[in-house]
Design a binder for this molecule. Sequence first.
Ligand code: PRP
Ligand code: URA
Length: 209
Amino acid sequence: MAKVYVFDHPLIQHKLTYIRDKNTGTKEFRELVDEVASLMAFEITRDLPLEEVEIETPVSVSKSNVLAGKKLGIIPILRAGLGMVEGMLKLIPAAKVGHVGLYRDPETLQPVEYYVKLPSDVEERDFIVVDPMLATGGSAVEAINSLKKRGAKNIKFMCLIASPEGVEVVKDAHPDVDIYIAALDEKLNEKGYIVPGLGDAGDRLYGTK
Ligand code: PRP
Ligand code: URA
């Protein structure tokens, strides 16, 4: 069964408060999302495998650890997921980035796929699908379906804010995919927005409305 991890680090929670605040403007919102994405990347990579190498310090020969070179892929769900990519790449610069383009039909709330481009060695990579919001769960489920259909085997899902309903939908559809979130909010409203949430993540990142 999928596990759900809430990253309640004080720095993440502090920055998330200003991300939620409706008085935070586009520039600051974008910077904060970037910073939180970096902090979450630090937490989500805790289980990366290490290997021992021999080095010479100025004092002696020593054995020490380096990353074993696991192949990683970051998959932002367009558009809002893009706001988290640079922050993650600051910590894991060798990761490749694929894209899944989805928008949520405002009437049906169902995800509509319009673009998919993944690294060519999809079967060998471990993927982190990123999107600031997990609301009804439709977009996350569809993005993960899209990856699996193309051969991805090991997938994590990471977002800033999730609704309890969305978490259940993703867990049911993809019990093999662990979910990493900065906050689990109260509920969805009648328009499928997360309460209290942060509003429309794409609009706040890019200044559209
Ligand atoms: C938002 C958000 C998620 C999706 C979450 O994107 O970034 O992708 O909604 O909702 P769900 O869990 O109910 O599917 P949106 O469809 O507004 O597109 P955008 O990123 O292009 O603004
Ligand atoms: N998409 C968003 O950007 N915000 C929500 O609250 C729900 C879906």
